[in-house]
Ligand binder design. Structure first.
Ligand code: PLP
Length: 417
């Protein structure tokens, strides 16, 4: 008799966006005349920048010639891309990394969920709440979550509540935690942490021999001065933090797939006997065994982002989405909603008025305005009572969606926040 990994049964329902997709499909089937605008899932809508396309074409041509054809590549990525990342993303900010501290991959989704494999099962995991669900669910699948509790959280996971009341700044946990997931700029709230706030976490990790898993997938969207782009801008972080970055939102790679993870050699974990082990060595072992690497063609496409023209083109893309973010943010504020994010991140997070729960509001938004949002509760217990809208649609649809919310949504208590 084959037995299953019963941890999977602890997960509630389906993946959040699959569930939303099913609800939207049902609504469309029942209302074929409705033109639904999705500001739900955070997927880009603009095509890849021309410089990337040109580089992809050239790489395809190289694959057609015996002299330039490539077979299996290095599982951890080609040096031509790694060196460009180190130069442009880190050295330019005074951060020194070695080539073997950067691992190219096919996504931060995979990396942020696979990374937990290199840690012992007994570790206590902390997440900011609301949270990108992948951090929690990958740990639940592995057996670090325990059972689902009545608040919609897992009993063994420490949830660090981030709400309007605490300015979305997580407090240090009262109990000891070993693995801390931080995501800044944050998905879903769109908020950031200052260097001083981030330093508290780095100090905590150093004092407690913990590790910080820092997801900086939205770093390129930071507009304000002084907001940290990398956790390594914080003194001591090189000893306790792993950083994840992605080309998905920065350069339109959600379908093309390319990302990277930085694991400095100085970041360590411990055996039960207390022997120190480099996490870089473990992640390298994991990736070289279980991952075949990103295709040469895609890595060439990603490297083109680091040309002068590539930088200009991705800046245009980011600015386009961030203008959408301002349209949503300002529109909602004008309507009297209490709004967060949307300044350094392509996500706008707002409080649902009148104490309505977030799935009820999701249905209402869909039914009355034909707009898809993401219910805050889908991101964790502290997301209840909030809704997320993304800036990744077209300008026209973004404007139309805001107009529809303004004109069609029947919220008499809208101004009562
Ligand atoms: N991390 C965060 C916070 C995200 O929001 C996303 C995607 O939405 C990812 C990681 C995944 O990125 P990728 O497309 O590189 O897998």
């Amino acid at each position: 008799m084959v037995t299953i990994n019963e941890n999977y049964l602890k997960l509630s329902g389906g993946y959040l966006f699959t569930e939303i997709g099913q609800k939207v499909a049902k609504f469309k089937a029942e209302n074929p005349e409705a033109s639904v605008i999705s500001l739900g899932i955070g997927d880009v809508t603009k095509p890849l920048p021309p410089t990337v396309i040109k580089s992809l074409h050239q790489a395809v041509d190289e694959m057609a010639q015996p002299e330039t054809f490539r077979g299996y590549g290095p599982e951890v990525g080609y040096d031509f891309l790694i060196n460009k990342i180190i130069e442009a993303e880190y050295r330019s900010r005074g951060i020194e990394l070695e080539t073997d501290e950067v691992f190219i991959s096919d996504g931060s989704n995979c990396d942020t969920s696979n990374i937990q494999e290199i840690f012992g099962i007994e570790n206590v995991v902390a997440v900011t709440d609301p949270v990108y669900p992948v951090y929690v669910e990958s740990n639940v699948m592995a057996g670090r979550g325990g059972d689902l509790n009545s608040l919609g959280g897992f009993e063994r996971i420490v949830y660090l509540s981030c709400k309007a009341e605490n300015g979305f700044v997580p407090e240090l946990p009262r109990q000891r935690v070993d693995i801390i997931y931080l995501c800044y700029p944050n998905n879903p709230t769109g908020t950031t942490l200052s260097k001083t706030e981030l330093k508290k976490w780095v100090d905590y990790a150093r004092e407690n021999q913990s590790v910080i898993l820092y997801d900086a997938a939205y770093e390129a969207f930071i507009k304000e001065e002084g907001v940290p782009h990398s956790i390594y801008e914080i003194e001591g972080a090189m000893e306790v933090a792993i950083e994840f970055r992605s080309f998905s939102k920065t350069a339109g790679f959600t379908g093309t797939r390319c990302a990277y993870t930085v694991v400095p050699k100085r970041v360590v974990g411990y055996t039960r006997q207390g022997t120190i082990v480099s996490l870089n060595q473990l992640w390298n072992r994991r990736q070289t065994t279980k991952f075949n690497g990103v295709s040469y063609i895609v890595q060439r496409g990603a490297a083109a982002i680091y040309t002068r023209e590539g930088q200009r083109q991705i800046r245009e893309l980011i600015d386009y989405y961030m203008t959408n973010a301002s349209i949503i943010r300002e529109g909602l504020m004008r309507m009297g909603f209490q709004v967060f994010g949307g300044v350094n991140a392509p996500y706008v997070w707002f409080k649902i008025p009148g104490g309505m729960d977030s799935w009820t509001f999701f249905d209402k938004l869909l039914r009355e305005a034909h707009v898809v949002g993401t219910p805050g509760a889908g991101f964790g217990p502290s997301g209840e009572g909030y809704c997320r809208l993304t800036a990744f649609n077209t300008r026209e649809n973004t404007i139309k969606a805001v107009e529809r919310i303004e004109c069609r949504l029947k919220l008499c208590e809208r101004n009562s926040n």
